[in-house]
Design a protein around this ligand. Structure first.
Ligand SMILES: [Zn+2]
Length: 200
């Protein structure tokens, strides 16, 4: 006799990933940026890491904060910053880490900022040639997809500035598209973290 059931579970692998932030419920500041294919499962992992002390040494700050929030009778919030294709998730995660950190959000993600800059450059099909990141306002060397070299600080890049030579020429379709993607993420972020954007 065929089995009786409520409904069938979708077992096909998803090709979507979510870039999320863990947010402090009191201050509404982001404390961590991550990526996952399943936000609820990932949240539960964070939760048990915090309560069962299952974490690496370098994650101690994050999970002490997480545990403090729980001990105060609240739960860290999880918000989705973007939905992206799985293969773009790593780059997108680094992009958002860089974006939030440069906006002054107190996130615990380890400092890999030059890698974040390289991830941002990839969004533009370009390269960040600098090997060291000193601060958001120090100039970095970039090379756009048309091989123009130029210098711009991370703060200016994150405000949407790009290659001055290309900007003078009429905007190509693809650079227009990158701008559109960037702007749609930016609107989302601005709604979620208005305080971060007041710095600009
Ligand atoms: Zn250019």
């Amino acid at each position: 006799m065929p089995v009786e059931y409520l409904y069938e579970v979708n077992t096909y692998p998803s090709c979507l990933a979510y870039i999320y932030a863990l947010v402090d419920p009191s201050s509404m500041h982001a404390r961590y940026v991550g990526m996952t294919e399943n936000p609820v499962v990932r949240y539960n992992q964070h939760h048990s890491n915090a309560t069962k002390k299952l974490y690496e040494k370098e994650e101690k700050q994050l999970y002490s904060w997480f545990k403090d929030v729980l001990d105060n009778g609240m739960r860290p919030k999880m918000v989705i910053l973007a939905e992206v294709a799985l293969e773009k998730a790593k780059i997108s995660e680094r992009h958002f880490i860089g974006l939030l950190r440069t906006s002054g959000e107190p996130i615990f993600n380890r400092n890999k900022t030059i890698f974040e800059m390289q991830a941002i450059a990839k969004l533009y099909d370009a390269e960040c040639l600098s090997i060291e990141y000193l601060s958001s306002i120090k100039s970095l060397r970039w090379q756009c997809r048309s091989k123009h070299g130029f210098s711009l600080s991370a703060a200016r890049i994150l405000r949407g500035e790009w290659c001055p030579t290309c900007s003078k020429q009429s905007a190509t379709k693809s650079s227009q598209k990158v701008k559109e993607i960037y702007e749609s993420n930016r609107v989302q972020l601005q709604q979620q973290f208005p305080s971060a954007f007041s710095l600009y």
